[in-house]
Structure formats: structure tokens, C-alpha cells
Design a protein around this ligand. Structure first.
Ligand SMILES: Cc1cc2nc3c(=O)[nH]c(=O)nc-3n(C[C@H](O)[C@H](O)[C@H](O)COP(=O)(O)OP(=O)(O)OC[C@H]3O[C@@H](n4cnc5c(N)ncnc54)[C@H](O)[C@@H]3O)c2cc1C
Length: 476
């Protein structure tokens, strides 16, 4: 029996799992997909928000500011890139300038440091691409950027290295509460037992709570669509640029990503079926708004588009508490933005303040929080690379030409926790297939490497798990 079962391998479940392994507890993560980071934590803006947005006194505000302060060390320990690039909320009218003052005041009450309203002259000096229609901006130097799925993968991997169990393709459909434990059953009939359960199922956290007998909240979906520009456009902007929020919404952002691309989006569309498809209208909307924020957006550098669905709940704040109706169930539900930013702080709170009520928390003296970066090879000198290639020639063979990813790195992704077992999982860990050609050249080779390393027929290799087969059979 497990002490704790965490349901949902997004950034919230991942960081909680890792925090749990700091103690002598037997813990597992149950994820319905073939890999972790497949929900909101796969497709979001990757912004580590400063914290001026959320209402004063809300959980969102509290965890945002705490998480922002923790993120730099947290990411460094896990070998994940983080950059404090600063954010700018840009005003396009006198009315919007007034809103910037309100945002600044709110941010200061939330505990955000160094907020400053800057003139249009200063704005154009630090961000020359911003539209000359802008009249000023709120500068938040503490804003940052991180890769959301790399953070999630690294937190799960580090938790596994410290003893946690990961069960993928475990779609929880039934939960029975017995005298001292939950029996948690997956769609294919497999089941596990755990003394307590933490619900981190993102947009499906309502369904998990209901399966356990807690009907106290609802979670809906709000879709956001994005356009991603090539790394060649990487210098286009340096800060994360937001529109000033109005009654109609927050608009989109234009931002560098921590890997050097430019991201435009997201839209905000209420959806009933929690779908994550892009649409012609959505992407057109992103283009129009980006062109309002900046002059000469290099749309020609578009390499892909994608969508994610936010989990927003009926109480309009994070739900992070023990269920009032089901003893032993902790809900981390409705964690929409700024959930990525807040994750390290939420994880600490959940483990130290909520899980600790159920167990004697004995330190795991063997816990090692450091993880080797997935992209370690790229950061080496030529001499260091040559030494590794001598020992393992696979590091001398380039597979992804756009991103210059070697066979050694791909094999490593398959063999490192959490193991990458499909093409998209390799892509999320190594960036193979994320460049200009989007896998056009490297995908066949990646498929062959997966089949060889997992010792499975090549026809069984999938794009992203569950029947997403790439090959139907031999033509000759
Ligand atoms: C468009 C968009 C933009 C955003 N931008 C930002 C941003 O810039 N900065 C920021 O701080 N936050 C941002 N967010 C919010 C942030 O992405 C989320 O708060 C965070 O990813 C939530 O993580 P989670 O672990 O709660 O949920 P998720 O990442 O959705 O993870 C839930 C997991 O549960 C699994 N699951 C679901 N049902 C079951 C089941 N029955 N059995 C087993 N597993 C199950 C899913 O497969 C999924 O992997 C954004 C969100 C979106 C959608």
C-alpha cells in the first residue's frame, strides 16, 4: 500500500511528488497519459508571473509571489533553464495608464518588489519593437520565463530518483474509500491502494473529486491558442509584453521563451468539451493582437501553433485544501494561471501543512534534489564533448539537424527518469523535432531509436501514446 497517491502528472502533481520524497513516505504518481506534462503543463505561456495580477488576499496572489521567489533556485536544482527577463504591461491610452497605477498598487499589496511605471521613451528604448502607439508601461523586473514541461518532467524524474513510483496510462475512473485507505482503480481494471490521495488532475479535478465523493466544486475549460516563432526571431523582444487588462480580458502576450523562441498568445475561449485544438479564427486573433502590440512581427518565422485549456473553477481561486467531505482527500483543483509560477510554493504548503496532518514526517536523509540537465551536452565545451564522444560515439551522431540533438541525448532521454517512450516525449526532453522542420527529417530516425532501445517492433512506436501509431506496416 502507498502512503500517498498523487493523481495527475502536471506541474502541480510533479512538484508535490518531489516534495513528498523529502520524507520517508511511500508515494506514487498516477497519470492517465503515456507521459507526464500532458495537460495544462504542456501547453502554456511559460511565464513566471511577478504577481500583480491576482486579487489581494487570494491564494493565487499568495502562492504566485512565493513561487516566483522560489523559482530560480528550484529550477537550478532540477537543471532546468530559468530567466528573469522582466515583464511589461503596455498601455495604449490615458485610461490604460490609470489601470497601470491600479495594477502597481495591487502588486505592491501582494508583495511584488521593484514595480515601476515607465514612460513611452524608456519603453521604446528597452523594447524598440513595441508599437509607437504605446503611451507607457508597468515594468516588473521580477517576472521570468521557464519551460513548463521541462520543469514538470524534471520534478517527476528527480522524485523517481528519490524513490517515488510513476504509473503512466493509469486513468483513474473509480475511487473507493475504505476504513483506512483508498482503492483507486484505472480504466483497464488495475488498482492500487493508498492511505491518502492528492487530486492534481487539472481540468479533470472535478471528476476525480466526484469519484471520491466530493461534489463541492466545478472545473470548466478555457482554451488558449498560441503561435510559436523560430529561434531566429529570438531577439525580437526581450521582456514579456502584456496588454493592459480591460473589461474584455487580458489580451495576449508577446514573449521570448526560455529556449529562445518567441511565443504569441494565448486567446481565451470558453469551451464545453475541454478541447485543445487550434482554430483558424483563434490564430488570426493572435496575429491581429500581436501586430497591435509590436511593429513588424516576424510572422514568417512561424514554426508551429498549439493550444492549451485552462482549468478555471467556480470559486475563481485555487482550491488547495483537505476535502470537507472526504477524509484523506486533498484537492489541488482549479489551478489555472499562475499555477506554473506557484507550483513550488503550493507543493511545499501541501506537504508541510496538509500531508503532515496524516503522517509523522521523518526526513529522508538520502534525498538528493539535484538533477543533471537534459540538455547538459549542449552546454559543454568542444573538448568536453569530444571526451564524451570518445566514450560513447552516439553523442557524435546528430539526429535532429535543426536543434543539433545527438543520438546519445535521445538514448539518454529513453533511459532517464521519467523514461521517454514515444516521439513527443523525446521532443519534450531533448527538443529533437522542435526546430524549423518540426521533425520532418529526424522523426524516422527517432522512431527507429525508440524501437531499438525499448526492444519493440517499430510499428508499435507511437507519437504520444495510446494508439497514436506512426507506421501501419511494411509497403515492400
Ligand atoms: C493557455 C494557458 C496559459 C497559461 N499560462 C501560464 C503562465 O504563463 N504562467 C503560469 O504560472 N501559469 C500559466 N498557466 C497555468 C498553468 O499551466 C497551470 O496552472 C498548471 O499547469 C496546472 O498544473 P496542474 O498540474 O494542476 O494541471 P495539468 O498540467 O493539467 O495536469 C493534470 C494532469 O492530470 C492528468 N489526469 C487528468 N485526469 C486524470 C485521471 N482520471 N487519471 C489520471 N490522471 C489524470 C492529466 O493527464 C494531466 O497530466 C496557463 C495555463 C494555460 C492552459
Amino acid at each position: 500500500m502507498f502512503d500517498v497517491a498523487v493523481i495527475g502528472g502536471g506541474v502541480i502533481g510533479a512538484t508535490i511528488l518531489r516534495e513528498l520524497t523529502k520524507y520517508r513516505l511511500n508515494v506514487c504518481l498516477l497519470e492517465k497519459e503515456a507521459d507526464v506534462a500532458m495537460g495544462q503543463s504542456r501547453a502554456n505561456s511559460g511565464i513566471v508571473h511577478a504577481g500583480f495580477d491576482a486579487p489581494v488576499g487570494s491564494l493565487k496572489a499568495t502562492f504566485n509571489v512565493l513561487g516566483n521567489a522560489m523559482m530560480e533556485d528550484y529550477a537550478r536544482e532540477l537543471g532546468v533553464k530559468f530567466k528573469r527577463n522582466g515583464s511589461l504591461v503596455v498601455a495604449f491610452s490615458e485610461e490604460e495608464l490609470k489601470t497601470l497605477k491600479e495594477l502597481k498598487a495591487r502588486g505592491e499589496l501582494n508583495g511584488v518588489k521593484k514595480l515601476r511605471i515607465i514612460s513611452k521613451e524608456e519603453l521604446f528604448e528597452i523594447e524598440p519593437s513595441v508599437s509607437k502607439n504605446a503611451v507607457g508601461a508597468l515594468l516588473a523586473p521580477t517576472g521570468g520565463i521557464v519551460c513548463p514541461y521541462k520543469l514538470t518532467v524534471a520534478a517527476v524524474g528527480n522524485a523517481m530518483d528519490n524513490g517515488a513510483t510513476l504509473l503512466t496510462e493509469f486513468e483513474v475512473v473509480k475511487i473507493n474509500k475504505g476504513e483506512n485507505a483508498f482503492t483507486i482503480t484505472a480504466k483497464d481494471g488495475k488498482s492500487i491502494t493508498a492511505k491518502i490521495m492528492i487530486n492534481c488532475a487539472g481540468i479533470y479535478s472535478e471528476e476525480i473529486a466526484k469519484a471520491a465523493g466530493d461534489n463541492s466544486f466545478t472545473v470548466g475549460g478555457r482554451k488558449g491558442e498560441y503561435i510559436l516563432l523560430d529561434r531566429e526571431c529570438g531577439d525580437f523582444v526581450k521582456h514579456t509584453l502584456f496588454f493592459t487588462p480591460t473589461e474584455k480580458g487580458k489580451g495576449i502576450l508577446v514573449s521570448p521563451t526560455v529556449d529562445g523562441n518567441i511565443i504569441l498568445g494565448p486567446t481565451a475561449e470558453q469551451v464545453s468539451d475541454k478541447n485543445v485544438e487550434t482554430s483558424v479564427d483563434g490564430l488570426k486573433d493572435v496575429q491581429e493582437k500581436a501586430a497591435k502590440m509590436c511593429d513588424k512581427v516576424p510572422f514568417g518565422g512561424t514554426i508551429t501553433s498549439f493550444a492549451g485549456t485552462r482549468a478555471y473553477c467556480n470559486i475563481h481561486d485555487f482550491i488547495i485544501e483537505e476535502s470537507k467531505t472526504v477524509e484523506g482527500l486533498i484537492n489541488c483543483a482549479g489551478i489555472e494561471s499562475p499555477g506554473l509560477t506557484s507550483a513550488p510554493a503550493i507543493a511545499k504548503f501541501v506537504v508541510e501543512d496538509l500531508v503532515s496532518k496524516f503522517f509523522e514526517m521523518v526526513d529522508n536523509l538520502d534525498f538528493d534534489g539535484q538533477r543533471k540537465p537534459d540538455d547538459f551536452f549542449n552546454n559543454l565545451s568542444v573538448e568536453e564533448k569530444n571526451n564524451i564522444i570518445k566514450e560513447n560515439p552516439a553523442y557524435g551522431k546528430i539526429i535532429c539537424r535543426c536543434e543539433r540533438i545527438t543520438e546519445g541525448e535521445i538514448v539518454r532521454a529513453i533511459k532517464t527518469n521519467p523514461p521517454a517512450t514515444n516521439v513527443d516525449a523525446i521532443k519534450r526532453r531533448t527538443r529533437s523535432g522542435m526546430g524549423r522542420c518540426q521533425g520532418g527529417f529526424c522523426q524516422p530516425q527517432v522512431v527507429e531509436i525508440i524501437a531499438r532501445e525499448l526492444n519493440i517492433p517499430i510499428e508499435q512506436v507511437t507519437k504520444s501514446g495510446k494508439g497514436s501509431y506512426l507506421l501501419r506496416g511494411k509497403t515492400k
